[in-house]
Design a protein around this ligand. Structure first.
Ligand code: NAP
Ligand code: G4F
Length: 351
C-alpha cells in the first residue's frame, strides 16, 4: 500500500484529495494544527474521517514537519496547507508570507533531510499571473505579475519548488491551478458565499448579501476534478509544472445571476455592493490554457460552469433544509477522533 502525506488535509482540496487517494488504495496521513475548535467537518462530510492518520504539525514549526515525514514515511507529499484567502493576505501580509511562502521551504527542507526520493506537489496558483490578456489564455510560459501579498508568497513557493527540483534533483512539481470550487469551499470565497446566501434567502433565512467587485472574472472549475490532476502530476517519469483550468472565464456578476436564478430569484434584489469587500488591488480577469495537462497527463475538466453553479446551490439548500428539520451540520458537532488516530512523537510507526 502506497503511503502519502497531505498538508492542509482539513481544507477543501485536502479533503477531496484524501478521498481520492483512499479510493485508489493509498494509506493517507495528514497534518492538522491544533485549534481551539476542531476543524474536521470536511473529512466528516466526505465520510473519510475514520480512515485517516492525523499528525499534529504547523507550517511555522520545522521540527513538527520533519517529524511528520518521519512518522508517515510517505512516497508522495502533497503540500496544500497555506493561508489561502487573498483578501486576508492584505490584512495579514507577514503571517501569509510565513505560511504560504516560507512554509514551502520548510516542508521541502524536511523532505530533503529525511528522504529526497519523496515526490512533492506544490499548490501553486493562477494568482501568480495576476493579469490575463483577454485574447490569450494563460499557460506555463506566461509572465508572473502577482497582485497581492498572497500571490507574492505563492510566487516564492513556486520558485523554491523549482529550485529544489533543479538544485537537488528532487521530484517536485508546481500545479498552477486556477480557481476551483465545491460544496466544501470556505464560506468566505465568493462562489460559496453566493451559493450559501442564495440557498438561505430562498428558504427565508436571510434577505440580502453584501459583496465586493462584481466585475472580476475567474476561470472556475470543480475541486474534485482538480485534485485528480495533482495525483497525475506525481505519476509521470519526470517532474514538471502544469496549468490546470477550464479555459472559460465568467464574472462574479454572472455567478450571482445564475446561482440566484437556480432558486427562482433575481440577484439584483438581494446582492448589494459594500466597499469593505473590495481589495487594495484585485485581479480583474483570469483564463487558463490547460493544453499541456491535457496532452501530457490526459487531464481535462469534467464539470462545467453551469453544473458547478447548480451543484453548489443544491448542496447548500439541502444543508439548510436539513438544519430547518432539526439536523446538525457536521461542523456543529465537535468531533474528537478516537485516540489511536492521532499520531504523536511517542507513537511512531515503525515499518
Ligand atoms: P483551504 O480550504 O483554505 O485550506 C487550507 C489548508 O491549510 C487548511 O487545511 C488549513 O488548516 C491549512 N493551514 C493553514 N495554515 C496552516 C499552518 N500554519 N499549519 C498547518 N496547516 C495550515 O484551501 P484550499 O482551497 O483547499 O487550497 C489548497 C491549496 O491550494 C492552498 O495552498 C491554496 O493556496 C492553493 N490553491 C487553491 C486554489 C483554489 O481555487 N481553491 C487555487 C490555486 C491554489 P486549518 O483547517 O486548520 O485552517
Ligand atoms: O473567491 P475569491 O476570494 O478567490 P480568489 O481571490 O480568486 O482566490 C482563490 O483562487 C486563487 C486561484 O486563482 C487561489 F490561489 C486562492 O487561494 C483562492 O482559492 O475571489 C474571487 C473574485 C475576486 O476578484 C474578488 O475581488 O471575487 C471577487 N469578489 C467580489 N466580491 C469577492 C467578493 N471575493 C470574496 N471572497 N468576497 C466577496 O464578497
Amino acid at each position: 500500500m502506497k503511503r502519502v502525506l497531505i498538508t492542509g488535509i482539513t481544507g477543501q482540496d485536502g479533503a477531496y484529495l484524501a478521498k481520492f487517494l483512499l479510493d485508489k488504495g493509498y494509506e493517507v496521513f495528514g497534518i492538522y494544527r491544533r485549534l481551539s475548535t476542531p476543524n474536521f467537518w470536511r473529512l466528516q462530510y466526505l465520510d473519510i474521517f475514520d480512515r485517516l492518520h492525523l499528525i499534529g504539525a504547523d507550517l511555522i514549526d520545522e521540527g513538527s514537519l520533519i517529524e511528520a515525514i518521519h512518522i508517515s514515511q510517505p512516497e508522495e507529499v502533497y503540500h496544500l496547507a497555506a493561508q489561502s484567502f487573498v483578501w486576508s493576505s492584505f490584512e495579514e501580509p507577514i503571517s501569509t508570507a510565513e505560511m504560504t511562502g516560507l512554509g514551502v521551504t520548510r516542508i521541502l527542507e524536511a523532505i530533503r533531510h529525511v528522504n529526497r526520493d519523496i515526490r512533492f506537489y506544490q499548490a501553486s496558483t493562477s494568482e501568480l499571473f495576476g493579469y490575463s490578456p483577454e485574447d490569450e489564455p494563460l499557460h506555463e510560459g506566461s509572465p508572473f505579475q502577482p497582485q497581492s501579498p498572497y500571490a507574492a508568497a505563492k510566487l516564492y513557493g513556486y520558485w523554491i519548488t523549482t529550485i529544489y527540483r533543479k538544485g537537488y534533483g528532487m521530484y517536485a512539481c508546481n500545479g498552477i491551478l486556477f480557481n476551483h470550487e465545491s460544496p466544501l469551499r470556505g464560506l468566505e470565497f465568493i462562489t460559496r458565499k453566493l451559493s450559501n446566501a442564495a440557498a438561505r434567502i430562498s428558504l427565508g433565512l436571510q434577505k440580502e448579501i453584501s459583496v465586493g467587485n462584481l466585475d472580476a472574472m475567474r476561470d472556475w472549475g470543480f475541486a474534485p476534478d482538480y485534485v485528480e490532476s495533482m495525483w497525475m502530476m506525481l505519476q509521470e517519469d519526470e517532474p514538471d509544472d502544469y496549468v490546470v483550468a477550464t479555459n472559460e472565464s465568467h464574472s462574479v456578476r454572472e455567478f450571482a445571476e445564475k446561482v440566484f436564478s437556480r432558486v427562482g430569484l433575481d440577484y439584483r434584489d438581494h446582492v448589494k455592493v459594500d466597499k469593505k469587500f473590495l481589495r487594495p488591488l484585485d485581479v480583474r480577469y483570469l483564463r487558463g490554457d490547460y493544453r499541456k495537462a491535457r496532452e501530457k497527463l490526459g487531464w481535462r475538466p469534467k464539470v462545467n460552469f453551469d453544473d458547478l453553479v447548480s451543484l453548489m446551490v443544491k448542496a447548500d439548500q439541502e444543508r439548510w433544509k436539513r438544519w430547518m428539520n432539526g439536523e446538525q451540520f457536521p461542523w456543529d458537532a465537535i468531533h474528537y477522533p478516537h485516540e489511536n488516530q492521532f499520531l504523536s512523537r511517542s507513537e511512531r510507526i515503525t515499518r
